[in-house]
Write a protein that binds this ligand. Structure first.
Ligand SMILES: Cc1cc2nc3c(=O)[nH]c(=O)nc-3n(C[C@H](O)[C@H](O)[C@H](O)COP(=O)(O)OP(=O)(O)OC[C@H]3O[C@@H](n4cnc5c(N)ncnc54)[C@H](O)[C@@H]3O)c2cc1C
Length: 374
């Protein structure tokens, strides 16, 4: 195995979405030479990372994804704070991280949904003080603009969200400033150990990282896409200061505040790899649920709607595969931001030789082992 601490390597990264950017940035910081190839523009518009709400929601996600995911993600906020501090070291525009927790509410008719969510949540995560029941006064203290008809809710401290579009720009800028080469609008045709093939050339590297998300499917057939539709609305008349989730019998809505009076409203989850525009039905459902949370959204402007695929594996957990000359990172599904600090640390650890070279690991078991050591 190469000694990465003392020997700078040439590294080609296929896919400059969330994981590709984070890996490229960190590898540059460690003195390696890095080239990133992305099928889309430098803004990251073609990635799932660009449209994501970028909520860091270990508690909410534990309800559907269970204790394993919770073990991997409970320290997401602390992990991101450390990463953003590094990223902001030389930047005039630090990326905003909102760590004010999140609020979960339900209309009175749907109280059973909230109770069910609350029971499942406590069963999955136990009681670590970050899950607190709210009455009307409690809701009002946190989010005074939510209507009086919401009489019960939950406050999930230890959750947050980040400004992901600013993050993608900051990572791109840090990569270029650090001497990395960025190849935008450059689809990769094939990835093998030590080699990236594009329409123009076959380029050789010491190591290749495959971070193409759903684009990796030709080389990793188990990867599947899970369609998510999401809306961006600009609502100067609404002041919500943290993500708000609405429990509903048919769909779960979230509203995530972003800088500039922008709210990201989502998201559908459909077993489909179609990336065609958002359907009328999805838009109607998202918007009517949105309006039911805060009437101020009536005058909001819909500034964008997106449909993208979350890259997932069969068990909906991430996986890092390492062979000599090739590292594949995939399966971040609906948890890319939530899991990124853990996946990044594990992938860098694998890269730097803390793991055997020829191994296939499910991050869940890796993270649980790491967690059991405190
Ligand atoms: C609607 C929606 C909402 C979400 N909300 C959240 C959330 O609130 N919290 C959370 O933690 N996660 C969320 N996610 C999930 C998160 O966005 C993903 O898990 C994460 O982006 C996966 O990172 P990735 O780097 O593996 O893939 P991506 O971010 O999709 O990046 C893949 C990159 O590879 C490039 N690429 C693809 N094919 C090729 C090719 N052939 N050649 C070159 N480049 C290629 C793409 O252009 C892209 O830039 C959401 C996702 C969606 C779709």
């Amino acid at each position: 195995m190469a000694d990465f601490a003392s020997a700078p390597q040439s590294i080609g990264v296929a896919g400059g979405g969330l994981m590709g950017r984070l890996m490229a940035w960190q590898l540059l910081r460690r003195g390696h030479r890095v080239t990133v190839f992305d099928a889309g523009p430098a803004s990251g518009e073609q990635s799932a990372a660009f449209v994501a709400a970028a909520m860091l929601a270990p508690y909410s996600e534990a309800v559907t994804s269970g204790a394993e995911l919770f073990a991997m993600s409970r320290n997401a906020l602390a992990g991101w704070k450390a990463l953003l501090q590094q990223l902001g070291e030389n930047s005039a525009h630090p990326v905003q991280l909102n760590d004010a927790g999140s609020v979960v509410v339900a209309h009175e008719l749907d109280r059973a949904n909230l109770s069910h969510f609350s029971r499942k949540l406590r069963a999955a995560v136990g009681d670590d003080g970050n899950v607190q029941s709210l009455d009307r006064a409690g809701i009002e203290a946190l989010e005074p603009e939510l209507p009086h008809s919401f009489r019960q809710g939950l406050w999930l401290a230890g959750e947050g969200c980040l400004d992901n579009r600013a993050l993608l720009v900051a990572l791109h800028d840090a990569i270029v400033a650090g001497g990395g080469v960025w190849q935008p609008n450059c689809p990769v045709q094939s990835v093998v150990a030590g080699e990236i093939q594009t329409a123009q050339a076959i380029e050789k590297f010491d190591w290749v990282l495959d971070c193409r998300g759903l684009g990796s499917k030709p080389d990793w057939p188990e990867v599947r896409g899970v369609r998510g539709e999401i809306l961006w609305v600009e609502a100067p008349e609404v002041k919500l200061s943290r993500p708000v989730r609405l429990m509903h019998p048919r769909y779960h809505l979230y509203i995530t505040p972003k800088p500039g009076n922008l709210y990201v409203v989502g998201a559908t989850e459909i077993e489909s790899e179609s990336q065609t525009p958002v359907t009328v039905r999805s838009e109607l459902e998202l918007l009517s649920a949105l309006y039911s949370v805060h009437s101020g959204f009536a005058e909001a402007h819909i500034v964008n709607s997106f449909a993208r695929c979350r890259p997932a594996l069969t068990n909906n957990l991430p996986q890092i595969r390492v062979r000599d000359g090739l590292i594949q990172i995939n399966g971040l599904y609906r948890h890319g931001y939530l899991l990124a600090p853990t996946v990044l640390e594990s992938a860098l650890g694998a890269f730097e030789g803390q793991q055997e070279l020829a191994f296939v690991t499910e991050l869940a078991s890796f993270a649980c082992r790491a967690g059991s050591h405190g």
